[in-house]
Design a protein around this ligand. Structure first.
Ligand code: ZN
Length: 141
């Protein structure tokens, strides 16, 4: 983690997300009316306009797709690195764009991954994913 990465700028709408990362939780907006997670968050549920509440999720997911970044586009991110879409265990049709700490040659669609948290040098916590040897949703033994 380097200090020259862009600094997150929490807003009123995104503050619960960043507070969750600081507590080592991945929190995603959830609609009690629809019973569905919505990401990214919005002022209200895009399906029913109901209120959204932030809920901590398991952090389990599966790889949907990925790319290997080989040119430096963003300060603080040294290529090559992997950017992927992962589907959340709680709701597989909800995808998160994320960094994955993995050898690109080991990636495959459906690969189980788990969230990992990193304390940023500037007082923020950020997240990424890493491969795990269990299916999403299975408990740690
Ligand atoms: Zn809803």
């Amino acid at each position: 983690m380097t200090a020259d990465r862009p600094r997150p700028v929490p807003t009123r709408e995104t503050r619960p997300f960043w507070d969750g990362l600081a507590a080592y939780e991945l929190r995603i907006p959830w609609c009690a009316t629809c019973g569905r997670y919505e990401h990214p968050g919005a002022v209200g549920c895009p399906r029913c306009l109901g209120d959204l509440e932030w809920r901590a999720v398991s952090g389990r997911a599966a790889v949907v797709s990925w790319t290997v970044v080989r040119r430096a586009f963003t300060p603080g991110f040294t290529p090559p690195y992997v950017v992927a879409q992962v589907s959340l265990a709680e709701q597989p049709d909800l995808w998160l764009d994320t960094a994955i700490d993995a050898d690109p040659a080991s990636l495959r669609t459906g690969l189980p991954v788990a969230v990992v948290f990193h304390d940023d040098l500037r007082g923020f916590s950020v997240y990424g994913f890493r491969p795990v040897d269990r299916e999403p949703g299975e408990l740690e033994s």
